[in-house]
Design a protein around this ligand. Structure first.
Ligand code: ARG
Length: 421
């Protein structure tokens, strides 16, 4: 480690950043990947501090947590915690997102943005419980995740300090691999090709880096590790039904399921049919515009089902109004302000509207698409007899329509005449 590599982390900009003398026992948010494994060693050496690790299970598919924990111990962690937070994530983070039809920038269902405040809240809990003075994370200085994690820690635990080594240590991937080799840190999968930068949980998966940064490069097949490519999906369409109670999905194909299992099962069916691939240009909160490849099979089925059901049970006025609040909700959460009181205010509105969002939606899945095909709700503001083109009964008088039109268009007609007459 040269001086130029180590100096940057001594500079402090925000009050919550740790000066080296503040750092004695560090809670490291540990994924088991290269960055945080190098960090585990580096913090011990640089700060002469003890490191406690916390690994959070939010439903990342295919993760072997006993391996991650073993690696933490092997690299010198004095304690290593593993928390299965899937239930809390689904109930307290994903469900509110469903009620708010949460999509950022027309395509991103926020799975990472929803996970970070929970991970950071758990970091605060475990840091306090194990007597740590500092929290360390592996986010870079260019992303949104640093904002979400640090805003959470600074809000919930003003007494704790934060270090983000990747922001300051100025090691590129090659230097990290070299550091890992020197320090006996196992590097998964060789070091020849830089892998995609992946983040995932039970609500979705993102890939960044490599050719994804090249805007005129169409997706290579190997980026899709969750969703079947639509052209390889089954030739037979499949219809699934999703039942909602007060805005919460509760049953799949008539079978009531606990929320985590329901999200996972919907995700599996969607993935099989190639549903939920999003090739997304995104405005990050730190000013950068980037491209992400998302695989979001569960969200790509549940969000449209929910939105369609909500539209069925809402009045025209509710349906005109809510999308603006939905957008504000998604933006706040994207921007790392989960703990902002406005989010709670908006949630109260979302809960109120969702009181009526009970019913069953059928969706047809076919080679990458998920389309609502049937709707059923005791709260539908819908009367087939009234809507029908056939003769309708006494409740709707077609004779009243011309009078309505005359009054409804009155101001528009007057204004038109003034400007054009
Ligand atoms: N662009 C998405 C977001 O800002 C996904 C970020 C994924 N994070 C990561 N560390 N790879 O929420």
């Amino acid at each position: 480690m040269t001086d130029e590599h180590t100096r940057a982390h001594l500079l402090k900009t925000a009050s919550y950043e740790a000066a080296p003398e503040d750092v004695h026992r560090v809670l490291l948010l540990y994924s088991g990947g290269l960055d945080t494994s190098v960090m585990l060693k580096w913090i011990q050496d640089e700060y002469d501090a003890e490191v406690v690790t916390l690994t959070v299970n939010l439903g990342q598919p295919g993760e072997d947590y006993s391996v991650v924990e073993g690696k933490a111990r092997q690299l010198g962690a004095v304690e290593s915690f593993l928390v299965d937070a899937r239930e809390e994530f689904a109930r307290e983070y994903v469900v509110p997102a469903i009620k708010a039809n949460a999509i950022y920038g027309l395509g991103y269902p926020l799975f990472t943005a929803l996970g970070r405040p929970l991970i950071a809240k758990l970091a605060v809990e475990y840091a306090r419980r194990s007597g740590c003075d500092t929290i360390a994370h592996g986010c870079t200085g260019k992303g949104n995740d640093q904002v979400r994690i640090e805003a959470t820690v600074a809000t919930l635990a003003p007494e704790l300090k934060i270090i983000a080594p990747v922001r300051g240590w100025q090691m590129g991937r090659d230097e990290e691999v070299a550091y890992a080799r020197e320090n006996g840190i196992p590097v998964k999968g060789g070091s020849e090709v830089a892998p995609y930068s992946i983040d995932d949980n039970l609500w979705g998966r993102s890939s960044e880096g490599r050719w994804i940064e090249d805007l005129d490069h169409a997706p290579d097949d190997d980026v899709f590790q969750l969703v079947t490519r639509p052209e390889a999906a089954p030739d037979e369409a499949e219809v699934v039904t999703l039942e909602f109670e007060r805005g919460v999905p509760v049953a799949l194909n008539g079978e009531r399921l606990p929320i985590v299992e329901l999200l996972e099962r919907v995700g599996e069916i969607g993935a099989r049919h190639g549903v939920g691939i999003v090739d997304h240009i995104e405005d990050r909160i730190v000013g950068l515009k980037v491209r992400d490849i998302y695989e979001v099979p569960a969200a790509a089925i549940i969000l449209p089902a929910h939105a369609e059901l909500e539209k069925l049970v809402g009045t025209i006025h509710q349906n005109q109004f809510k999308p603006a609040l939905d957008r504000q909700w998604a933006y706040l959460v994207y921007a790392g302000l989960w703990w902002e009181p406005l989010r709670g205010d908006l949630d109260a509105y979302m809960d109120s509207v969702n009181e009526q969002v009970t019913g069953t939606m059928g969706l047809k899945l076919y080679k990458g698409s998920a389309r609502v095909v049937t709707r059923e709700s005791p709260n539908a503001v819908y009367d087939q007899a009234l809507a029908s083109f056939g003769a309708s009964g006494g409740l709707f008088s077609q004779q009243a329509s011309p009078g309505f039109i005359e009054l409804w268009s009155l101001q528009s007609r007057m204004a038109w005449r003034l400007r054009n007459g």
